[in-house]
Design a protein around this ligand. Sequence first.
Ligand SMILES: CC(C)(COP(=O)(O)OP(=O)(O)OC[C@H]1O[C@@H](n2cnc3c(N)ncnc32)[C@H](O)[C@@H]1OP(=O)(O)O)[C@@H](O)C(=O)NCCC(=O)NCCS
Length: 153
Amino acid sequence: MTQRPERLTLDDLPGLVALEREGQSHPWSEALLHEAFVDERAQVWGLKMTDGLKGFAVFYRLPFDAELQAITVAPRMRRQGFATTLLETGIAQANAWGSERLLLEVRASNQAAIDMYRRAGFLRDGVRRGYYDSKEGREDAWLMSLRLAAGKA
Ligand SMILES: CC(C)(COP(=O)(O)OP(=O)(O)OC[C@H]1O[C@@H](n2cnc3c(N)ncnc32)[C@H](O)[C@@H]1OP(=O)(O)O)[C@@H](O)C(=O)NCCC(=O)NCCS
């Protein structure tokens, strides 16, 4: 893909809300998405085409690590490397922060995301039992991380 991720601003919130509702089975609320623009530890990156926002990711700076909090790609734009490009941007940002690891949590049933993270080099660190609500009751979270340059020193 040729698009480069850009840093999103509050002006992008309506597009973000629409994409999250379209692309996520458990979408973030508008209030949570809004918070990501207000919290100075957070960065929201997106991929835009002429007809709108096609993918976004939210990264947080933690005291020693960074965290991928959300990543969504429009259903019709998947399997074209959009999420991987957004991840690469977050990894570069986390390295610039001096973070030791990039952390994330993912539903154990979300095979597409798990495959993507594994392909990007993330390893599973553990499982948080019954962490998420799901239609079938509770669902486990996989805790995954990618060791960054500062974490290898
Ligand atoms: C998970 C998600 C972000 C992936 O976005 P994407 O832009 O399609 O991902 P990429 O094109 O960068 O995929 C990279 C690799 O991940 C793996 N992958 C991605 N989607 C996959 C799928 N549906 N099935 C199997 N492997 C998949 C593949 O190895 C893929 O490489 P390939 O296409 O060359 O085989 C997207 O499916 C999505 O938005 N899902 C809903 C939101 C979500 O679950 N977010 C994650 C929350 S933790």
